[in-house]
Design a protein around this ligand. Structure first.
Ligand code: MN
Length: 291
């Protein structure tokens, strides 16, 4: 286990508890006393950093544009209620309107037809919002081809360096795309014919991750979890079709992915508990050990 030297307080508690119990319950005590003490101490000492994986929500947040005849989602709109004025002399507050799939957000299984009988955001266990992050760096590939689509081999190449994708992982594609998030034109990156070009997951990667690994879901920096090329694939948006059909999730428009290690971070991404919500904006964060 990492961080043995940093466990001081937790280790002391364990030692006291073990002394009291005569050692017979040592394993049980260690399991119950150690992890949160280590977490709290890690945060207090800076041995654990908290990285914000979330883009700001504003009326400039890029939203996905579907071709006709499909309906598009509204973006984010913020409306003032009062600002220390006659509408509310001592309080500032707003109300907002936003689509479920706007900005840094969570895709629930019921978002897709393949997962229509699977849980929506309100039916998921809170435990399912936390998992280790496998961060796959494909920035070099994306520089050569903005339509990069992850495959089984993309994940296997990561595994050769970092070991098997852990159970319950968020598998996150690091592409450099987050740097474009404030500029809708650069973010959608249309070609000469207006077709968007951005990287993401596809059929091959989704089949591998749902059939041969056990993941919470996948995350990207772009507008969706599928690469732009997925719009013209069969089935359309194959990562959505396969992931959500298998009850797995998506995270999109992630920020600061370049600050995550390839392995060793934990990502927490909890959607709003919207009744039958197909997704929700999230404040996604990562706990990252400092080296
Ligand atoms: Mn979505």
């Amino acid at each position: 286990m990492k961080g043995q030297r940093g466990l001081g307080c937790g280790a002391l508690l364990v030692a006291l508890a073990v002394a009291r119990s005569g050692g017979g319950e040592a394993d049980q005590v260690r399991e119950t006393a150690d992890p949160l003490a280590a977490l709290v101490q890690g945060l207090a000492t800076g041995r654990l950093q908290v990285i914000d994986l979330t883009q700001s929500l504003s009326d400039r947040t890029p939203v996905i544009q579907l071709p006709p005849p499909f309906a598009d989602t509204p973006g984010f709109e913020k409306h003032l209620i009062s600002n220390f004025d006659e509408q509310g002399p001592a309080w500032y507050w707003n109300w907002f309107r936003v689509g479920e799939h706007v900005g840094t957000h969570f895709d629930a299984p019921c978002h897709w037809i393949t997962g229509k009988d699977q849980p929506c955001v309100d039916g998921l266990e809170a435990r399912q919002f936390i998992g280790p992050a496998a961060v796959i760096d494909v920035t070099a590939e994306v520089r050569l081809d903005p339509n990069f689509v992850a495959t089984r081999e993309t994940i296997l190449a990561w595994e050769r360096q970092h070991g098997r994708v852990p159970p319950g992982a968020w598998v996150i594609l690091r592409t450099g795309w987050g740097a474009r998030a404030a500029d809708a034109e650069a973010f959608m990156n249309p070609g000469a014919d207006g077709t968007p070009r951005y990287p993401g997951f596809g059929k091959d990667s989704a089949e591998f991750l749902t059939q041969e690994r056990d993941v919470l879901g996948v995350g990207t920096e772009a507008i969706g979890t599928d690469a732009a090329a997925g719009a013209a694939a069969d089935p359309p948006f194959p990562n959505h079709a396969i992931m959500h059909g298998a009850g797995r999730f998506g995270l999109t428009q992630l920020a600061n992915v370049d600050r995550l290690p390839a392995a060793g971070a934990v990502v927490i991404a909890a959607p709003l508990k919207i009744e039958r919500g197909s997704g929700s904006p999230v404040r996604a964060i990562a706990l990252v050990p400092t080296r």
